[in-house]
Design a protein around this ligand. Sequence first.
Ligand code: CMP
Length: 140
Amino acid sequence: MAIERTLSIIKPDATRRNLTGKINAKFEAAGLRIVAQKRIHLTIAQAEAFYGVHKARPFFAGLVAFMTSGPVVAQVLEGEAAVTKNRDIMGATDPKKAAPGTIRAEFAEDIEANSVHGSDATDTAAQEISFFFSGIEIVG
Ligand code: CMP
């Protein structure tokens, strides 16, 4: 299996409840390495740009409002099959459907305040990583 990198975001519902360490512990226990990390407060323009693919969806305005409601922690996770491994650790988007032990099953409040974001494929991972990080900020 190939070593990959994926973009993770710990969302405002999780930073508000001081869950960054507990979420990071799940990544590390599963063998993913946090090779870049920063805490930022997204502007509306930044959140709209990051989630541009969802612009036409009915939940877009709410998603942008939520993602700008408090700080987030953007991270690059590295490891074998990191994209799919991270999605397994996160669990389903809707926490009601997330498998026991996943981040969303344990911590998410609802489908919007679902604690974490993770890239859905290697090509989107590369785009999303470059949205938040320059090359010299990623230390493997
Ligand atoms: P995320 O992986 O960050 O990608 C898009 C986000 O939109 C998703 O997680 C959810 O938090 C949010 N969202 C809000 N409502 C919905 C919905 N009905 N279906 C899918 N995603 C939703």
